[in-house]
Ligand binder design. Structure first.
Ligand code: SF4
Length: 481
């Protein structure tokens, strides 16, 4: 990473919106262990946390059961309880996931003002191509703000209007866009402190309002907040909830959820928290390794060294836990790769256990969201066009944007991934990332004379940001003419 780039991003990434990756909660580290002991001994009932209260019902019954029976009963109950606990929290009158009608109209006006763009409208009106002097801009046919992101931002704004005097917290960036998160910070929304992988929810006080981001929150976070009795405003995208529902089905057939995703990504962290048994695979290489292990067995220690401990559920045993599997995914992964991984495991399970057993051994649902698919498909169309370079615009921690950049790289096109207008300097210098997350600076990135630029933006990027980036490009081109 070059220093100029680092300096520039420090200016933005120091903002409350750039909070890094999520992880375990401080309370949860001790709470989970403690709860586990209590559940096994059956000695403690009536704890403040819902997790404990639910387990206590099992403990009461255990008095008439054998020790082995108790253990099995508690394990079984814990499996069901994840689903039940989520539903109970979501059914609480202090849990809102639809926004606030009374503030909707006002928020709609604010969002139009802040996020829409005349230039992007012009591009849409002119079949996604505009020409300004020697510069031609070709916009992908599907780009930018998706429905789920727009909905999440609207609900967060509505919550601010609805609770003007209360302290509002976000458990993470509401979406992966620095400008949107900065805007929320300006509105007085605070971000829960996070150090490395540890989040500190103890900052939340009685009477506060806590907003859960578009990619969801973990079950432990939800349980803690629920136990605190605070108002929860849930902006989780329904597409993400759809994956969680798929996980419920895996659990019903006692299958391990193989999640195609990035184990550090907030969405995948949340998703994994709703699974009883899970293994997170990043790509085809990792999937092939697991498939081979299923078919031929292998060295367990090598298996554990290959996957990060957070990419597996606690106590995961590849010899025991890969006998029935369900496929799930981070909603923003490359669609083709998720499909390929699903097919690979379906074939593997058929080969290992025979066709007759496949319905008990394997399950997959289509849980890649439409918005991700559409943006990726439009990108594949865009890269067929003649152009000199591509600009991919979106937050640097946005997974779906990284995949758009990846498509350009696989096609060997000159492509720059930028997260905001300041990435482009008046001296024809661009600060950008590649899909692997490496940062670079390129001097003189914009050629002189006739230039055609392909443009796309990630699902969490407002049109206004795209316009502001392009305005800089127009200015540089004019200056260098
Ligand atoms: S990209 Fe898909 S899953 Fe993510 S917020 Fe948008 S619609 Fe929802």
């Amino acid at each position: 990473m070059e220093s100029g780039c680092g300096e520039m991003h420090a200016a933005f990434c120091g903002a409350p919106g750039a909070l890094g990756m999520p992880g375990s909660l401080k309370w949860a580290v001790s709470g989970r262990d403690g709860a586990g002991v209590r559940a096994r001994t059956g000695l403690v009932c009536g704890g403040a946390r819902q997790e404990v209260r639910v387990r206590c019902r099992g403990a009461a019954r255990s008095a008439v059961m054998s020790a082995a029976g108790v253990e099995a009963d508690v394990e079984e109950r814990e499996k069901v309880d994840k689903r039940a606990a989520r539903r109970e929290i979501m059914g609480s009158e202090r849990f809102n996931r639809r926004g606030y009608k009374t503030t909707k109209e006002e928020v709609e006006g604010m969002m139009n003002l802040e996020f829409t763009s005349g230039l992007i409208q012009e591009l849409r009106d002119q079949a996604y191509i505009v020409q300004k002097g020697d510069l031609t801009i070709k916009l992908a046919k599907a780009y930018g703000f998706c429905w789920g992101v727009e909905r999440a931002v609207a609900i967060a704004y509505e919550a601010r209007q609805q609770f003007p005097t209360q302290t509002l917290w976000l458990t993470n960036e509401v979406i992966h866009n620095p400008i949107v998160n900065r805007r929320l910070a300006e509105m007085g929304v605070r971000f829960v402190p996070q150090e490395g992988l540890t989040k500190d929810l103890t900052v939340v006080d009685d009477g506060d309002v806590v907003i859960l981001p578009a990619f969801g929150a973990t079950l432990e976070e939800m349980q803690y907040l629920n136990s605190r009795g605070v108002q929860i405003v849930d902006t989780t995208c329904p597409w993400v909830s759809k994956v969680w529902n798929a996980l419920d089905k895996h659990q019903r057939m006692e299958a391990t959820s193989i999640i195609h995703g990035k184990w550090k990504h907030e969405e995948t962290v949340a998703t994994a928290s709703f699974a009883d048994k899970f293994l997170i695979v990043l790509n085809m290489d990792e999937a092939n390794y697991v498939a081979d292990y299923i078919l031929n067995g292998g060295d367990k220690q090598e298996f554990f060294s290959k996957f990060h401990e957070k990419a597996m559920s606690a106590g995961f045993d590849p010899d025991r836990d890969l006998q029935a599997i369900g496929i799930a995914n981070q909603t923003t992964m490359l669609k083709g790769e998720t499909e390929e991984i699903g097919k690979l495991f379906e074939k593997t399970m058929m080969k290992k256990y025979g066709v007759a057993e496949i319905t008990q051994r394997f399950v997959a649902f289509n849980t890649i969201c439409d918005a991700t698919q559409e943006r990726q498909d439009a990108m594949y169309d865009l890269i067929k066009e003649d152009m000199d370079l591509l600009l991919v615009i979106g937050g640097f921690n946005s997974s779906n944007t990284s995949h758009l950049q990846e498509i350009a790289e696989h096609a060997n096109l000159t492509s720059y991934w930028v997260n905001e207008p300041n990435c482009i300097g008046p001296d024809n210098r661009i600060l950008f990332r590649n899909s692997a997350g490496e940062e670079f600076v390129k001097e003189g990135f914009l050629p002189k004379g006739k230039v055609t630029i392909g443009v796309t933006s990630g699902a969490s990027t407002p049109d206004k940001v795209v316009e502001d980036v392009l305005e800089r490009v127009f200015m540089i081109h004019k200056l260098s003419a």
